[in-house]
Design a protein around this ligand. Structure first.
Ligand code: AMP
Length: 419
């Protein structure tokens, strides 16, 4: 059997890896601008964390986790998202005693056993933000503004920020009872999955993509109609702060998000590709998460951006920058003396920041030049034993084919002035 990459995974080749670096750099830059610092954490955790931190009733925990027993008989799960791990890290390292709020970001791979259609992968990547220690809507507006400006920095000007509030445990109690009653009366029109959701997580029916469920959901009571005074004030303040931060947004009463831990603000950022809505960022407030997994009463809010989808979007909109040329200079050598000199020249060029490769296969000069051309190098440096003894080299501009002799000790300066 031919061994291939597992279904739902993706190799990133050099033709594309520079795009990943590009979006990662942009994300790191915006995080820094908003005062966020990076955390790194394990790819796997004890399964219990996700049961408590993501929620028993979610699709992730019920159907999608990669869970196995390790050789010590412990149940291990490949992280299906980042928030639960960051919350665990926050508690484990006593972050509650640091000054609040804590502003953290991460760049991770995540694993979900999902259908692999529609831009869904089983191993995918996320950029995420978590803010712990602030209940204030100022924080909600700050992180939404961060993601909005991240997309803007990539040239995405047609994204839509959709916000909603799903209340807190206090107001949700009444609301969920009403909602259950409503859907119970329409149970025959709900899809199989939503019938199962009805008992444990009826809010999820509001964002089901099935036509029949959408029709019923349209007339269903919405969380926003049941908000308590505190949640209402929070949501109104958030809208005011988003206006102040210059973020364009829409209120979308159907967003509930898939995870159990959300409270108050939930949001999604979408773009439209080929008439289809594509969610590239999802987030919300989770004031009870830290407590749920064994920490103190510390509020939090965060979001995650899907990197594969983001790159797909950039490419469909023609927003991918040109690939930087690597390597820029090729050193062609004839004879062993020249090979040794090539190491010295390469060291010089590299310390001047010029990406340089040396001939490694002792090919004919013609073959070496063909290779340099194929690699797209801007210059070739050609040295034989004669040049080495004279302290010079031949410099060839690969685009114009113009050649000139340059003193080896002035080469890096000379090339720098031309690149
Ligand atoms: P979530 O953690 O489900 O809120 O997802 C946050 C973002 O991650 C979504 O908006 C997607 O862009 C992305 N995402 C989630 N699941 C997948 C997947 N299976 N494959 C690719 N991207 C995903």
């Amino acid at each position: 059997m031919k061994i291939q990459a597992p279904k739902g995974t993706k190799d990133v080749l050099p033709e594309e890896s520079y795009i990943w670096q590009y979006v990662e750099d942009k994300f790191r830059q915006i995080c820094k601008l908003y005062g966020y610092e990076e955390v790194r954490f394990p790819t796997f955790e004890y399964t219990e964390l996700f049961h408590r931190g993501v929620g028993e009733t979610t699709d992730i925990v019920q159907k999608e986790m990669y869970t196995f027993l390790d050789k010590g008989g412990r149940s291990i799960t490949l992280r299906p998202e980042g928030t639960a791990s960051v919350a665990r890290l926050f508690i484990e390292h006593g972050f509650a005693s640091r000054s609040m709020p804590q502003r953290l970001y991460y760049i991770i791979s995540a694993f979900r056993y999902e259908n692999t259609q529609g831009g869904r992968y089983r191993e995918f990547h996320q950029f995420g933000i978590e803010n712990f220690g602030s209940k204030s809507p100022v924080t909600d507006a700050e992180i939404i503004s961060l993601s909005y400006n991240f997309f803007a920095s990539l040239g995405l000007d047609s994204i839509v920020v959709n916000i909603n509030s799903i209340g807190c445990p206090v107001c949700r109690k009444d609301y969920v009872a009403k909602l259950k009653e409503y859907f119970q009366n329409h149970i025959d029109s709900l899809c199989q999955t939503c019938r199962q959701r009805l008992d444990k997580n009826p809010m999820r029916i509001l964002d089901c993509k099935e036509d029949s469920c959408r029709l019923i959901a349209k007339e269903a009571p919405k969380p926003i109609e049941y908000l308590c005074d505190e949640c209402k004030t929070h949501f109104e303040a958030l809208k005011g702060y988003l206006d102040a931060a210059g973020v364009c947004y829409k209120v979308d009463l159907y967003i509930v998000r898939g995870l159990d831990y959300y409270t108050k603000t939930v949001f999604e950022i979408v773009d439209v590709v080929a008439d289809k809505k594509l969610a590239i960022c999802g987030g919300g407030r989770y004031d009870n998460l830290i407590e749920q997994i064994g920490g103190g009463s510390i509020p939090g809010i965060g979001f995650a951006i899907g990197v594969e989808r983001l790159i797909m979007l950039l490419s469909q909109k023609g927003l991918i920058p040109q690939k930087p040329q690597v390597p820029q200079v090729f050193i062609a050598t004839l004879g062993d003396l020249a090979v040794k000199k090539a190491f010295e020249i390469a060291r010089d060029l590299r310390s001047a920041g010029i990406s340089t490769v040396i001939e490694e296969l002792s090919r004919s000069l013609k073959a070496q030049m063909r290779y340099a051309d194929k690699m797209g190098c801007e210059f070739s440096v050609i040295i034989g034993e004669d040049e080495v003894s004279k302290g010079i080299c031949k410099l060839k501009n690969m685009k114009t084919s113009a050649e000139e002799y340059v003193e080896i000790n002035k080469l890096s300066e000379h090339i720098k002035s031309k690149i």
